[in-house]
Design a protein around this ligand. Structure first.
Ligand code: 5GP
Ligand code: ZN
Length: 113
């Protein structure tokens, strides 16, 4: 499958991995929008949030949990951070493999779009 995040998950494309378990990995965004910009990515290919089955809803909880742990590890838990999932074209999603952005380390803008 020609999916860049599947290739990162498979280790075929190098990335700066900061976390991995049996279900998900996290790595630094190649084009960081903040001093801390991580992507939390399920190993299983799901194109977008809208494709997640109801039975898989625990996955998003786990992704948020991982992000919270990484926010502590990256030293932004106290100062604050933002979690974002872009979904679809008008949601600004560029990579069609579900992922959660963790942004922090600077004052983020008060607008969301
Ligand atoms: P989206 O707009 O789909 O929510 O976000 C995709 C993110 O993936 C972007 O922030 C982009 O910089 C990041 N990205 C795209 N290709 C790569 C890559 O090959 N490696 C890494 N580490 N990040 C990538
Ligand atoms: Zn994929």
């Amino acid at each position: 499958m020609d999916c860049i995040f599947c290739k990162i998950v498979a280790g075929e494309i190098p990335s700066d991995i900061v976390y991995q378990d049996e279900e998900a990995i996290a790595f630094r965004d190649i084009n960081p929008q903040a001093p801390v910009h991580l992507l939390i990515v399920p190993r299983k290919h799901t194109p977008a949030l809208t494709d997640l089955a109801e039975a898989e809803s625990s996955l998003t909880g786990r992704m948020v949990n991982i992000a919270n742990q990484l926010a502590i590890k990256e030293g932004v838990a106290a100062s604050g951070y933002r979690l974002v999932i872009n979904c679809g074209q008008q949601g600004g999603q560029l990579v069609p493999h579900l992922h959660l952005h963790l942004l922090g380390g600077r004052q983020l803008s008060g607008t969301l779009g």
